[in-house]
Design a protein around this ligand. Structure first.
Ligand code: NI
Length: 175
């Protein structure tokens, strides 16, 4: 297991449609473990493979609070089976858009099918924060960021600030 660098937006690697996993073998299980370790290290409550430069349909989620037991979910090829009409709003953030947050509305309850780290097909029902987290990470697999769900005005403001921060970091590195 290893903590891997997280790609920061805007970046073309965060805008691609990721390929499905054929089989969850040792390599994919290791990718899942790396994702989880990178996510806990950040810290964050979800991470998708493209955020560490792996263009594959793999995500991890753990929205348990600090005082709770960890509840890691490792998912390959997650697919939405059903979603409630009822929506749930949450102030979302993303490890690829550090320090920026915006309220996004998503289905309050979902059912998702996926393949776990032992290559077993599973189905899970989730609601509220866990559902939001899974949907946010699934979005990453199609190159969609949470800022794509908000107004263009607000999105562009956040992306401009991220570009500015990147430039400052490059200048610091060069100095
Ligand atoms: Ni994200």
């Amino acid at each position: 297991m290893a903590v891997r660098p997280i790609i920061i937006a805007p970046d073309p690697r965060l805008k691609i449609k990721c390929a499905p996993v054929r089989v969850v073998d040792d390599e994919i299980a290791e990718l899942m473990a790396d994702l989880l370790e990178t996510m806990y290290h950040a810290p964050g409550i979800g991470l998708a493979a493209p955020q560490i430069g792996a263009a594959m349909r793999v995500i991890v989620v753990d929205s348990a609070r600090k005082e709770e037991e960890p509840q890691p979910l490792k998912m390959a090829n997650p697919e939405l089976v059903s979603a409630s009409k009822e929506l749930w709003a949450y102030e979302e953030g993303c490890l690829s858009l550090p320090e920026h947050y915006a309220e996004v509305e998503r289905p309050a309850r979902i059912c998702v099918k996926y393949i776990d780290e032992t290559n077993t097909a599973r189905e899970i029902e989730a609601e509220e924060l866990v559902a939001t987290c899974i949907l946010h990470e699934m979005d990453h697999l199609d190159g969609t960021l949470f800022v794509d769900h908000i107004s263009a005005l607000k999105r562009n403001m956040i992306l401009r600030k991220l570009v500015k921060t990147k430039k400052l970091k490059q200048q610091d590195a060069a100095a």
